[in-house]
Design a protein around this ligand. Structure first.
Ligand code: S3P
Length: 448
């Protein structure tokens, strides 16, 4: 049973906090750190490749550092002067055994994707994480891996990490994921690299396709037809250079803040604009926002460009169905927007949110209520009555980076002081968030 928000358990609990007050507008041009999902995948594939790859714009956050250290332990040589520009010489298919536990910290992407790689190795491994990660469901990956012939089990028999993997030979499968999850899909595709024959993964809705794009870039035999992706196994990736664009999920906090604050104008440059990630733009347009994306020209492995936002009054909307997968990490900030918009915002078919770094539906409902926002938590979503004036509140992050950042943004719209407690978790995905927040607030004081 996972701890619900309110019960302070977990080994990343700490005393850090953010205090903030209302601002009148946002008027700036910014960049955000590199995309987290792409950083994980670039380091994994470059780390397995034959030859030396240069990865620029790598996200120097804690989650991606976990993947980087694991790939080093497996034998990839990784050099970097500044932590974001990496030179990686891969193992060329010859990984070495890691005798100690591979500690994935808070990072579900590290644990689930590395399991796919490790299941195909001729040696045993043990993967674990912090209390939050070790309470997230892992049967979604152990089931398909076991079907492929992997010897993988949950050490405590509770379908959670720590996971123990023993040497085995993998065979291909055709897997249908029960939910649209890029982590499940990627785990099976990575394991498929080590199985002789064609492995396929089909999903009910399109989840982020960074693994497919990155595998193609690293010259692996992969192709997609609709919602099914096929990989031919036993081929080694070829080293390639890659430049990681800014993380749309990090920019989402500023895009949402500017969109909801009339008089604001924000430009975010060098931003990843993969359509499987930009559902927030669709949601904001439905809410009446003024927002424009400009894609950079050229043949891009990952689409990128500029987003321009002007603040406008927003109204409530319904978020459901296939869109959920494309806003999976943006639900906390969308809920904050729901509190700011006139009318009702309904989020449904989002029960996956209960299995993130915390139970995000419960955390959002608890925190919105603390701000005085009328909110109903349903089994698979939230119903939020927006548009009332908001008073600052003291709320917890529950150890979840996106909860911390979403409610910090909400605090920018409140009368009086807002305190977000337990904010160290932000560094898992967005080192520099607090500096950027402080700089937006200083600029506002200068220009307002
Ligand atoms: C991710 C996939 C998503 C997302 C997570 C990163 C990835 O998880 O929520 O932050 O990089 O593959 P699920 O696959 O569990 O939906």
């Amino acid at each position: 049973m996972r701890a619900r928000p309110g019960s302070a358990s977990g080994d990343n609990w700490n005393m850090s906090e953010i205090r903030l007050r209302r601002i009148k507008k946002i008027a700036t041009r910014i960049r955000v750190p590199g995309d987290k999902s792409m950083s994980h995948r670039a380091v994994m594939l470059a780390g397995l490749a034959k030859g030396t790859s240069r990865i620029a714009g790598f996200l120097a956050g804690e989650d991606c550092a976990r993947t980087l250290r694991a790939m080093q332990a497996l034998g990839a040589e990784i050099e970097s002067e500044d932590g974001t520009n990496l030179e990686i010489t891969g193992t060329a298919g010859d990984c070495r055994q890691v005798l100690e536990t591979i500690d994935c910290g808070n990072s579900g992407t590290s644990l689930r994707l590395l399991s796919g790689i490790l299941a195909g190795q001729p040696f045993s491994s043990r993967l674990s994480g912090d209390a939050s990660l070790n309470s997230r469901p892992m049967d979604r990956i152990t089931k398909p891996l076991t079907e492929m012939g992997a010897l993988i089990k949950s050490e405590n028999g509770n379908d959670c990490a720590p996971l123990l993997i023993q040497a085995s030979r993998l065979h291909p499968i055709d897997h249908q994921t029960p939910v649209a999850s890029a982590q499940i899909k990627s785990c099976v595709l990575l394991a498929g690299m080590f199985a002789e024959g064609t492995t396929s993964v089909s999903e009910p809705n399109q989840s982020r396709d960074h693994t497919e794009r990155m595998m193609r870039h690293f010259m692996l035999p992969i192709r997609s037809e609709g919602l099914t992706t096929f990989i031919n196994g036993l081929s080694i990736p070829t080293a390639r250079d890659f430049s990681v664009p800014g993380d749309f999920s990090s920019a989402a906090f500023w895009i949402a803040a500017a969109a909801a604050l009339p008089g604001s104008r924000l430009v975010v440059e060098n931003l990843g604009l993969n359509p499987t990630r930009t559902g927030l733009i669709t949601v904001l347009l439905r809410m009446g926002a003024q927002i424009r994306e400009n894609l950079d020209a050229g043949d891009q492995i990952e689409p990128r460009g500029t987003v321009e936002v002007r603040g406008a009054p927003l109204h409530g909307t319904i978020i459901e169905g296939a869109l959920i997968a494309n806003v999976i990490d943006e639900i906390p900030i969308i809920a904050a927007l729901g509190a700011l918009a006139d009318g009702t915002t309904v989020i449904r078919e989002a029960s996956e949110l209960r299995f993130k770094e915390t139970d995000r539906l419960a955390a959002i409902a608890t925190n919105l209520a603390a701000f005085g926002v009328p909110v109903d938590e349903t089994p698979d979503g939230l119903v939020i009555q927006g548009g009332s004036p908001l008073a600052g509140a003291t709320v917890d992050s529950f150890g979840d980076h996106r909860i911390a950042m979403a409610f910090a943004v909400l605090g920018l719209f409140c009368e009086g002081e807002t305190r977000i407690l337990n904010t160290d978790c932000i560094r898992t995905s967005y080192p520099g968030f607090e500096r950027q927040l402080a700089s937006l607030r200083r600029r506002h004081r200068r220009h307002a």
